[in-house]
Design a protein around this ligand. Structure first.
Ligand code: PBG
Ligand code: ZN
Length: 369
């Protein structure tokens, strides 16, 4: 029977004058309603069945969160025995090099595959105008890269590359006398720092400074050094300025002493600018492009996936996003695990396949069950 004759047959049956008894009428109603909804309308109107089982629900996502997508941020202090909690960043600690291995061991057993390192120089006098401590061979980042390479050969080590933790003024580059950013000097310096992290053994260098042209400079220096073939260059391409980095700056001690980062980080409404920054960084030789923060910028993640069709896209669920979820869960707004998954699903749906998240230790547990 053709679709249209089936529909007219049903219509006929519904209006059959013989079919008036309460019983048969309701039977007729019951027997045709479901069918007529789907048949007189579009058959694709019936969706519930497709996600009627938890497994079928999970199949609706284009990609599922796996442990290999997660990168865990670590704050490494220059005080070897330090282990200090960061009040604005729940469950996160600043650790000295002597505390890193015992901390990571159980996480690696649970399936942790990658970390991103941020150095935190606390020693008096360790900060200056050029961020000299950033590539100090005895400094916490370079020492920790070497240690982790030796102790955990399978662990993928990302080194965040920036000067703000190391400069006396707390900005992400080198400044002119009038306090404005000197892009050229900053790029020269930041690319040097990236090369020293790569030499120390980082698998990936990730410049977060947002100076113009740093991806090209780093790629060229990696090529000149003969190590470009074994180092992943992950660019914080679309990094927006805003209030979500506060807990990180508490943790890393990297709050600017004057002004803000608006002349180098993107304005939150700047979608076109983000697209240009992403396209530029791909042209300059980035291997992975990153969007940061994540949940308020899902359209940018989606743009990144479109512009960089053949590139992996990373998203950084930043300190403020993490702290918000914790605070709201504590206030009874929602269950923390449910929200952590929901946020993560949004980030993956937008197009990311790599996520930097402070929830990584929890996800390693949650994904094991
Ligand atoms: C430093 C840097 C920041 C973050 C990553 N690298 C802070 C900033 O730009 O002020 C933010 C990460 C977070 O908030 O979790 N350039
Ligand atoms: Zn910085």
């Amino acid at each position: 029977m053709s679709f249209s004759s089936l529909v007219s047959n049903l219509t006929f049956r519904d209006s059959d004058p013989e079919d008036r008894s309460q019983f048969s009428r309701s039977r007729s109603f019951a027997s045709t309603a479901a069918t007529s909804v789907s048949i007189s309308g579009d058959i694709s109107s019936q969706l519930h069945g497709g996600y009627s089982h938890p497994l079928a629900r999970s199949w609706q996502a284009e990609r599922q969160l796996t442990k290999s997508m997660l990168i865990y941020p670590l704050f490494i202090s220059d005080q070897p025995d330090e282990e200090t909690s960061i009040p604005s960043l729940p469950n996160q600690y600043r650790r000295g090099i002597n505390k890193i291995i015992p901390f990571l061991e159980p996480l690696i057993q649970k399936g942790l595959q990658s970390v991103i390192l941020f150095g935190v120089p606390l020693a008096p006098g360790s900060k200056d105008a050029h961020g000299t401590a950033a590539d100090d061979p005895q400094g916490p980042v370079i020492q920790t890269i070497r240690l982790l390479r030796a102790r955990f050969p399978q662990l993928f080590i990302v080194a965040d590359v920036c000067l703000c933790e190391y400069t006396s003024h707390g900005h992400c580059g080198i400044l002119r006398e009038d306090g404005s950013l000197n892009n050229q000097l900053s790029v020269d310096r930041i690319s040097d720092v990236a090369i020293s992290y790569a030499y120390a053994g980082a698998h990936c260098v990730a410049p977060s400074d947002m100076n113009d042209g740093r991806i090209r400079a780093i790629k060229l220096k990696l090529i000149e050094a003969g190590i470009a073939h074994k180092i992943v260059l992950m660019s914080y391409s679309a990094k927006f300025s805003g209030c979500l980095y506060g807990p990180f700056r508490d943790a890393a001690g990297s709050c600017p002493s004057f002004g803000d980062r608006k002349c180098y980080q993107l304005p939150p409404g700047g979608r076109g600018l983000a697209r240009r920054a992403i396209a530029r960084d791909i042209q300059e030789g980035a291997d992975i492009i990153m969007v940061k923060p994540a949940s308020s910028y899902l359209d940018i993640i989606s743009d990144a996936k479109n512009i960089g069709k053949d590139m992996p896209v990373a998203a950084y669920q930043v300190s403020g996003e993490f702290a918000m979820i914790h605070a709201a869960a504590k206030a009874g707004v929602f269950d923390m695990k449910a929200m952590a998954f929901e946020a993560m699903e949004g980030i993956l749906r937008a197009g990311a396949t790599i996520v930097i998240s402070y929830f990584t230790p929890e996800f390693l547990d949650w994904l094991s069950h």
